[in-house]
Design a protein around this ligand. Sequence first.
Ligand code: MN3
Length: 235
Amino acid sequence: MEKRTFLKLSGIVAAGTMAGCSPLKKAVGVSTLGRYPYTLPALTYGFADLEPNIDALTMEIHHDRHHNGYVNKLNNALEATPGMQTMNLEQLLATIKPGDSALRNNGGGHWNHTMFWNWLSPKKTAPNERLTQAINQKWGTLEAFKGEFGDAAKSVFGSGWAWLCKDGNGNLFITSTPNQDNPLMTKIIDKPGTPILGIDVWEHAYYLHYQNKRADYIGAFWNVVNWNRVNELFG
Ligand code: MN3
């Protein structure tokens, strides 16, 4: 991982840990990723605030039940592996191996969802000049980038995520991972990187409103992307 980005992610973690209680309320981008024992971060907006793009009931179930489940199971898995309790979540994800199923599924689940809530916003935002330049350099236009990212999200077979990542040289690339894997799991996945945007394409993320129409959910996702957060992570 690029040092600058790693420090930035670690800084977020440190800020979350020091603030103690519900730091997600303070500012977009500040998370409670922290360390063991992990807690479910509060959303910075209401369940209904992303409607009609993402419906309130989906947001509520997704956050309160699915994400909460990953947090609880991650803490349970870490109870059994005390040697890993002192790592922060990014270190943990970089350490685990393919056979560490509970830590892989639930550590990934907690990281992915904490990031996901902050990649969404009811406010209209846009990529800044620096990010726009990088996107144009790689894909030609923002629309072309969205097309390729959308194709990656559509072609995840079953459950998983699509990502816009930065590699070690700061170059952008699109990738996807199955289940709750993510590009920080350097010992597990083929194409490691630092995610600066991700979309959850598990059916639980969209099925109530969109049923089998994953492409419509992906289209609507762009209406609620928090580009301020993506700009910040791009650096
Ligand atoms: Mn999910």
